[in-house]
Design a protein around this ligand. Structure first.
Ligand code: 4AD
Ligand code: MG
Length: 442
């Protein structure tokens, strides 16, 4: 008999047919005569009704003993029934238990039981992450995530960008020394990369338009709702482009992500309580651009203590973006707030030609990027000015020495985008095994 997906039954593709289902027990209840098993596969869940009279005593006892999360193969008839959740139920002919659950270690895997066992705290769920992944909410998040990754690849590939890979063991910082992870490397020191960018710039004269989606690593000590120590970073680099053009790619990819979620995952978004009109606005709108100075004035007007020259931390971005109805670009940050690779504004050397894209609803920064310091003379001056040793960056300086050209790019925090668009309270809700300063297990 052909195995079918639960979603296909719910979509009316097997009405009245005898089918085989493979899945896991989500819930089970009933009496000594009749059992109701809610079976789950990766596509959905459906109620299966087993009567002692039709399946026989032995099979019925097996069904009764099957604990939540046991894996089963069920044969039965797909029966349209208005009273059932989803409009269908399976009238069971037989059940085979494939992988039972050890009765010594029953685990409260149902969503409500997990929430209760958890007492509202997340450590329990994090300790048992491999089981938590099976809940409807987490499964939904993982599906949204897959759509987001697919949308990023499509966006850049449709524009003829080349996917390019950089090393993850590196010799120097990109985003400042304080968040570098040091790793022993055969008697020397190496670091886990914070960004693909510098090695992408090295390939810019070869490929001109390049992108990646790869993990980046930051030794972030503070635990916030938007920081991971290992996060997924979508980065792009493009030759001959200025800050304005680079921002249009940032706007393009975020709009593409929102549009793909609407096309492919509107049911999932709605199940998370997301307003589809809001996601539609993110997919269709232009994203306004404002200068850093304007943001600082706005914040000061709101009574926030901030001095010109400070980078905006999460608390400030949260206040600033609470009432935004679409993402906003902030440009022209003070030079003192940004690393050496940012190009100084030729019109006013207090600023650099950079941008951050801030997501609305209080989420804040999802993209950081801008024009690069591209002449040999300027990059040497910026590296020296920062007191950074030149040696680990020689390949990077050479990119300028041998035919440097104007160029730039950005990095987008994929987990942050997933968190914002799904409406999650915390970034760890959208990644299967989150890593932060206190956790590398399971
Ligand atoms: O703003 P960042 O530090 O910029 C760079 O790394 C550049 N080198 C990128 C480039 O121009 N190619 O990081 C880029 C984005 C941030 O806007 C944020 O969305 C995300 O990466 N990000 C993090 N996401 C989760 N956890 C963290 N600890 C993150 N740090 C940065
Ligand atoms: Mg940044």
């Amino acid at each position: 008999m052909k195995t079918v997906w639960i979603s296909d039954i719910l979509n009316g593709k097997h009405d009245g047919q005898k089918v085989e289902l493979k899945g896991w027990v989500k819930r089970s209840r009933g009496s000594n005569k009749i059992r109701f098993i809610v079976l789950r596969d990766s596509t959905g869940s459906i109620q299966c009704v087993a009567k002692r009279d039709s399946v026989g005593d032995e099979c019925f006892e097996n069904i009764k003993s099957a604990l939540i999360e046991s894996s089963l193969i069920i044969h039965g008839e797909a029966n349209p029934d208005e009273r059932a959740d989803g409009g269908y139920e399976i009238i069971v002919d037989s059940v085979e238990i494939v992988g039972p659950v050890n009765p010594e270690t029953p685990f409260p895997i149902t969503e409500s039981a997990m929430a209760a066992a958890d007492g509202g705290e997340t450590e329990f769920l994090l300790d048992n992450r491999h089981l938590y992944l099976r809940t409807t909410r987490m499964t939904t998040m993982l599906k949204l995530r897959s759509t987001v990754f697919g949308a990023i690849h499509s966006y850049f590939r449709d524009l003829d960008f080349i996917e390019y890979q950089a090393p993850n063991f590196v010799a120097g910082a990109v985003e400042g020394g304080s968040t570098l992870f040091e790793v022993p490397y055969f008697g020397r020191k190496a670091y886990l990369t914070q960004s693909w960018q510098l090695y992408a710039e090295a390939a810019m004269p070869a490929l001109e338009r390049l992108y990646t989606i790869a993990p980046s690593f930051r030794a972030e000590k503070s635990r916030t709702r938007r920081h991971l120590t290992e996060f997924w970073h979508a980065e792009m680099e493009v030759a001959w482009a200025d800050n304005q053009e680079i921002m249009s790619y940032g706007e393009g990819v975020v709009r593409k992500i929102a549009g793909s979620l609407l096309d492919e995952r509107s049911e999932e978004l709605a199940s998370l309580g997301r307003d589809l009109d809001v996601i539609g606005r993110y997919a269709d709108s232009k994203y306004p651009r404002m200068r850093y100075d304007e943001a600082v004035e706005t914040l000061q007007g709101l009574g926030v203590e901030i001095e010109w020259g400070q980078d905006l931390d999460y608390s400030k971005e949260k206040i600033l973006t609470q009432d935004f109805d679409v993402p906003h670009f902030l440009t022209h940050y003070p030079k003192i707030a940004k690393p050496f690779y940012h190009r100084v504004d030729p019109d006013d050397d207090k600023y650099v030609l950079c941008h951050d894209l801030l997501a609305p609803e209080g989420y804040g920064e999802i993209i950081g990027g801008g024009e690069r310091t591209w002449s040999e003379e300027e990059i040497l001056a910026r590296i020296d000015e920062e007191g950074t040793p030149r040696e680990p960056y020689q390949f990077y300086i050479d990119t300028r020495t041998y035919g440097g050209v104007p160029h730039g790019g950005f990095g987008l925090g994929v987990d942050r985008v997933c968190s914002w668009l799904s409406g999650a309270d915390h970034i760890r809700e959208v990644i299967p095994f989150p890593r932060d300063s206190r956790r590398v297990t399971p």
